[in-house]
Design a protein around this ligand. Structure first.
Ligand SMILES: Nc1ncnc2c1ncn2[C@@H]1O[C@H](COP(=O)(O)OP(=O)(O)OP(=O)(O)O)[C@@H](O)[C@H]1O
Length: 299
């Protein structure tokens, strides 16, 4: 079971929203699509779901086109949440489950288990409009996965959730992946993608500017971060050969360096100058990579 996106482009008139995107998501894999506002994430999802026509290229799921006949295999959490405010949680989910071919009793059993897991069993008979936004989102998530889809598409699943609920949802998503679901999700927040995904793609103005496994991406990037805590002046490192950026912090500095060798030069330079409490070489973060490739942070 693999989702394949082959050289897909989407144009709205003269505007290119997605520009030659290719990716594959096999079973049991979580794929993250990162990008700022207007990068093309939602457009990509809508094309996967067959809600938008593809201008060029192909999208397939197990080598077949995705259409309405496959909706029982696919779960979708849209960016604009869409539950019926006046309906009770139970009725809402039963309605959606039945649309996907489930029996009422099956839906209720699943729903009870999920509400319990999300620590809100009492919501069964509450109306959607009585719930907070974050809790509505939990219900919307349940509505996307109640039928145990094989392919799950989550558009900004963590936006608007507090840290406790983010963790709860992350665990649920990891469990679904381990049970065999292919998952693709979008986010503005790089730390979520960094934590959850084996493969990822950064979209910028519709173009995939970075793509691969997290490991590959970090390794091929080359640059490293170096954290130094020392009670001696470190300002001179600002102009040290191979130092790309210098940030002063309370106890010392944080540097971005061109490669590992630069850290050895710095290490030698500091020897004998005074006590160094911390000298730590770290992998670049996705945020570092994004800033380098796209030129801005997107918080
Ligand atoms: N139906 C449409 N008609 C015309 N332009 C569109 C349409 N849908 C999207 N676009 C444009 O395509 C580009 C990509 O939009 P998209 O919604 O895919 O971005 P996104 O990455 O999901 O952004 P966000 O994080 O803000 O939701 C944007 O420039 C947007 O204005």
């Amino acid at each position: 079971m693999t989702l394949k996106i082959k050289d897909v482009t989407k144009r709205f008139g003269k505007h290119t929203a997605v520009d030659h995107l290719s990716l594959e998501i096999p079973e049991k894999e979580m794929f993250g699509i990162l990008g700022g506002n207007g990068a093309g994430k939602t457009t990509t999802f809508r094309m996967i779901l067959g809600l938008l026509d593809i201008t060029e290229g192909e999208i397939s799921w197990n080598d077949e086109a995705i259409g309405y006949d496959k909706s029982h295999l696919i779960g979708y959490l849209p960016e604009e949440r869409g539950l019926y405010p006046k309906l009770k949680v139970r009725d809402q989910i039963i309605y959606l489950g039945k649309l996907r071919g489930m029996r009422k009793s099956e839906v209720v059993t699943e729903l009870e288990a999920w509400l319990k897991r999300f620590k809100v069993p009492e919501y069964m008979d509450k109306k959607i409009e009585e719930l907070s936004k974050g809790n509505q989102q939990k219900i919307q998530f349940i509505s996307a996965i109640i039928h145990k889809p094989k392919l799950l598409i989550l558009d900004e699943p963590f936006s608007g959730l507090d840290p406790v609920n983010v963790e709860m949802l992350k665990e649920a998503v990891i469990d679904l992946k381990e049970r065999g679901t292919s998952i693709v999700f979008s986010s503005h927040q790089m730390e979520h993608v960094e934590e959850l995904c084996e493969h990822l793609c950064i979209l910028h103005k519709g173009k995939p500017v970075v793509q691969g496994t997290l490991r590959e991406i970090k390794q091929s990037y080359g640059r490293k971060n170096l954290v130094i805590h020392a009670a001696i002046p470190l300002e001179f490192l600002r102009d040290f050969p191979g130092v790309v950026s210098y940030k002063k912090v309370t106890e010392g500095c944080e540097l971005q360096i061109e490669n590992e060798d630069v850290s050895q030069g710095i290490f030698r330079e500091l020897q004998g100058k005074g006590f160094v409490r911390k000298f730590e070489l770290e992998e670049p973060t996705l945020n570092d990579i994004f800033i380098e490739k796209v030129g801005a942070s997107y918080e």
